[in-house]
Ligand binder design. Structure first.
Ligand SMILES: [Cu+2]
Length: 176
């Protein structure tokens, strides 16, 4: 019984330790240079946060062609940054407003997150799914203490019964 509790709490601890790892989000940095994006074409798993960092002397923007995000002008030499989290798989093209004509464009290709291959891209769902997997794992371990548990209980009960009987016979012998 104590072993069952131990295994149950061990599973719980493992779940708590591993769950944040499953939900952890990757961050990728794209550098804004004069006048191009360093790492212009990147491929990242869903849930990744892309951060554009201003490393040039000219003002730059990161602007989605689909209107999903627009950093606005980030002043040259400011070291400013802009972040956007990509939750849905797909191809996202973007550009720098003042330097699009100079070819300052980029693409973020978002692939299916390994932790959300059940079709959902929601982070909560990813964590929930992982928790389910951990529960299944805990169930796999359960038969070990389950087979040992009742056996130990039975042995303990038998031992108690036998010692009880011995005790009663001793008491009776003393009385008589
Ligand atoms: Cu630019």
């Amino acid at each position: 019984m104590r072993r069952l509790v131990y295994l149950a709490s061990l599973s719980l601890v493992l779940m708590l330790v591993l769950a944040p790892v499953a939900g952890a989000q990757e961050t990728v940095t794209v550098s804004m240079e004069d006048n191009f994006f360093d790492q212009a074409n990147i491929t990242v798993p869903a849930g990744t946060t892309v951060t554009w960092v201003q490393n040039g002397d000219n003002p730059h923007t990161t602007t989605s062609y689909d209107g999903l995000w627009d950093s606005g002008m980030i002043a040259g030499g400011s070291g400013g940054s802009f972040s956007y989290t990509f939750e849905e798989p797909g191809t996202y093209e973007y550009y720098c407003i003042p330097h699009e004509d100079l070819g300052m464009v980029g693409t973020v290709t978002v692939t299916e997150d390994a932790a959300t291959d059940d079709g959902t891209t929601d982070d909560g769902a990813a964590v929930d799914q992982y928790a389910e997997e951990t529960v299944v794992e805990a169930d796999d371990e359960a038969p070990l203490p389950a087979t040992g548990g009742p056996g130990l209980l039975l042995t303990a009960a038998l031992a108690a019964l036998i010692s009880g009987l011995i005790g009663i016979s001793l008491v009776r012998r003393r009385i008589s």
